[in-house]
Ligand binder design. Structure first.
Ligand SMILES: NC(=O)c1ccc[n+]([C@@H]2O[C@H](COP(=O)([O-])OP(=O)(O)OC[C@H]3O[C@@H](n4cnc5c(N)ncnc54)[C@H](O)[C@@H]3O)[C@@H](O)[C@H]2O)c1
Length: 261
């Protein structure tokens, strides 16, 4: 069977770790040429080298997605290296130390919004200028973008805003033959939640269903990103799609057990 992304040029941001790393591996498995973009250039170089060792075309680039010129350079480098751009997985994100309405210092608030919201806008903007007709953009949001998060309102607000950007981008991008969608993961087993950890990788057919409302694997999200970036998802556009193992499907049993008298 021919590989789904054979010869296609793909950018993955946040590709040094977690979900982005899994997606970079899976795009390469499927024949894509991959720009491995991350603020963590050492991690990005390790991933790019691993892809090359597997026979893929890949290069690493250092990008702070909150910086306009970095996004523009990332796209220009990809077009120069691979002759064009067919898909982008704008996945880089930052949870930070948490934020609170009672914080004096709003540095963390500003950084989270800069990466997750401004970074999303700048990434879409840069990619839109170069991506070929028939291409697709996938952005990583969060279930924190459809529910509040008392321990990190900046993160929740940034991911709510990201959905607005994705929905707003759908019509102008469609005029150029390009689709855009957001994935809203629930809890995923990555360094964002658990710090240093060993990556897992499975052949797609061996991926397991996690416990209800449990943590997923990076690859669960990566598989969804590949699907949304592929022509198999040609009718799916402008959406924000939950992938959360049932986390937001129904109320958890957290309400008082007794009714008021
Ligand atoms: N892990 C979860 O439970 C979870 C849940 C919902 C959404 N998400 C989202 O998934 C995406 C990927 O997160 P992950 O869980 O794989 O985390 P991760 O920490 O493993 O990976 C995030 C990557 O983004 C990079 N990054 C951070 N700031 C950057 C910047 N300014 N410019 C470029 N790269 C930057 C980091 O260096 C890191 O390699 C994020 O957008 C995150 O908000 C994660």
């Amino acid at each position: 069977m021919s590989k789904e992304f054979a010869g296609k040029s793909v950018i993955v941001t946040g590709a040094a770790s977690g979900i982005g790393k899994a997606a970079a591996y899976r795009f390469a498995d499927e024949g894509a040429k991959v720009c491995v973009a991350d603020l963590n250039i050492a991690g990005a170089e390790t991933v790019a080298q691993a892809l090359k060792d597997k026979g893929a075309e890949a290069f690493a680039t250092k990008v702070d997605v909150s910086v306009k010129d970095d996004n523009d350079r990332m796209v220009a480098e990809t077009v120069a290296a691979f002759g064009g751009l067919d898909a982008a997985f704008l996945n880089a994100g930052y949870y930070g130390p948490g934020t609170s309405f009672f914080d004096e210092d709003v540095t963390a608030f500003d950084r989270i919004i800069a990466i997750n919201l401004r970074g999303c806008f700048l990434g879409i903007r840069a990619v839109a200028k170069a991506i070929r007709s028939g291409g697709a953009i996938v952005v990583t949001g969060s279930t924190g973008g459809i529910m509040g998060l008392g321990i990190n309102p900046a993160y929740s607000a940034s991911k709510h805003g990201l959905i607005g950007l994705v929905r707003s981008a759908a019509e102008p991008l469609a005029e150029r033959g390009v689709r855009i969608n957001a994935i809203l993961p629930g809890g995923v087993n990555t360094p964002l939640n658990f710090g240093e950890m060993v990556d897992t990788y499975y052949p797609p057919e061996e991926l397991k269903m996690p416990p209800f409302r449990g943590y997923g694997e990076s690859q669960h999200i990566a598989e969804f990103a590949l699907f949304l970036a592929s022509p198999r998802a040609a009718f799916i556009n402008g959406g924000a799609h939950v992938a959360d193992g049932g986390l937001t499907s129904s109320f958890a049993a957290v309400m008082p057990a007794t009714a008021p008298t």
